[in-house]
Write a protein that binds this ligand. Sequence first.
Ligand SMILES: Cc1cc2nc3c(=O)[nH]c(=O)nc-3n(C[C@H](O)[C@H](O)[C@H](O)COP(=O)(O)OP(=O)(O)OC[C@H]3O[C@@H](n4cnc5c(N)ncnc54)[C@H](O)[C@@H]3O)c2cc1C
Length: 486
Amino acid sequence: MSTSGAEPESAPDQRPQPPAEQPEPEADIDVLVVGGGPTGLAAALAAARRGRSVRLLEASGGLGGMAAGLTVAGQRVDLGSHRLHPSAPPRVRALIEELLGPDLQSRERNGRLRLGERWVAFPLRPVDLVTSVPPGFALAAARDVATGPLRRPRTDSYAEVVRAGLGPTALRHFHGPMAAKLWGRDPDTLSGELARKRVPVRTGRDVAAKVVAGARSHNRRFLYPRLGYGQITDALAAGAEQSGAELEVGSRVEHLRPGSDRVEVEWGTRGRRRRIRAGRVLWTAAPESLIGVLPPQIVPPRPPPVEHRGLVLVYLAVAGRPYTNYDAHYVPNGDVVFSRLSEPANYRDGPDPDSLTVLCAEIPCTRGDGLWRADIDILRRLVLDGLARLELPPPSVHTVEIRRLPKVYPVLTVDQAGDRRRWLNAVAAVDGVTVVGRQGRLVADNLHHVLDMGLSAVDCLGDDGTWDHRAWARAEARFESFTVED
Ligand SMILES: Cc1cc2nc3c(=O)[nH]c(=O)nc-3n(C[C@H](O)[C@H](O)[C@H](O)COP(=O)(O)OP(=O)(O)OC[C@H]3O[C@@H](n4cnc5c(N)ncnc54)[C@H](O)[C@@H]3O)c2cc1C
């Protein structure tokens, strides 16, 4: 199975013209899933296991979405640093454990982050506050904890939510520069919602509790498959197929016509046009692409313009293993082009060669900008320059590969969050279609969250093909409480 690696383009205002001749309809099905990332695969698997007839259409050439795996220089790697968090809801964890068996390993986190000119263990441990944080930082952070109850956010911006909660020191040294790097915006202009979803601690007391908890090794653990993170989506896809779901790659929906009891869907696969009627469509691709295929009379209002930040992933296969003993390096510094550097072989005890290791540098950028378009030699030079600035060893590189992900971080500015939410509600009102998964939401959710969403969507499908709107509203309210974990 190959990786999709990038979400296909879709322009809402370029609706395809109705076809002159419609293809013969195929036999009706219960569920049509659009998008073969983790959300779509989990939904297809769960629905097929309940005896529903399921078809999944994935536009790119491979399954797995942003959680897919790929092979670089003979080593399995991920699309950026991925780990499964032990906070996964019990049924999500049970499903992955069932699918992967002993291949799902529990590991201790061993990351570090750059604070000024120093490396500090990440997640932070109490001992680091004394031994490795820059002089003055621990004192200022302790003062922020003490004065926390006196601070209130002055506006609903990312910067203010972090300043009021964690304090000005954490904002200045880590969260502010990291947000500016990931979203390409001053954190004063970004919506506070992004901070609430990503910064899991709200007050100085929370920080202190988290640092103390971080001293215990069981709180520092994560789960990871022996053969790379893509093993999860590979197993979901295999499980879905074994249960009878039909998974098609290279298949793009062209028209979607909601009817009184069924949704008629037309799509193209390798130049062939197909048609089917489904009891329910679970749309896990971006909602903007859904409105591009609906009939003009039911198209919800135009989406408010929301930019997405993407990532260019630069993989360097370097001689010798390990390059460092760390799994990931987090780099907020503005003079280094990447925000994170990971070494996938350090996430697992797997069948990886000793002679080389692969590093993955995540470079935040916007589709079409200079970094997005930079060629492989420039990207390689930029990453090597970053390693030198961070005083990491100069690697002996023998292979470089690049992947580009266009839609990773939705850029929500202070004044946009309300409009976007209203628009998503209008999209949600389309009969017979449910938008589910990361692409339809305002935040960059974790894998365990989107698997929960896929499974929850299937829970709302009645035996008679009905959709339980109330149960879905309750599930969506629960999704709102999710906090993204790094
Ligand atoms: C760099 C990075 C690091 C991450 N780290 C972690 C981590 O450590 N832990 C964690 O839990 N999560 C992590 N995540 C998040 C995780 O990868 C996502 O939550 C998950 O992949 C989202 O799944 P999805 O199915 O909702 O969306 P996607 O993965 O985006 O899948 C959507 C699918 O729909 C397809 N598609 C798009 N348009 C169409 C169309 N018109 N028709 C048909 N198909 C279409 C796309 O090709 C894609 O395959 C990370 C993500 C990134 C990018």
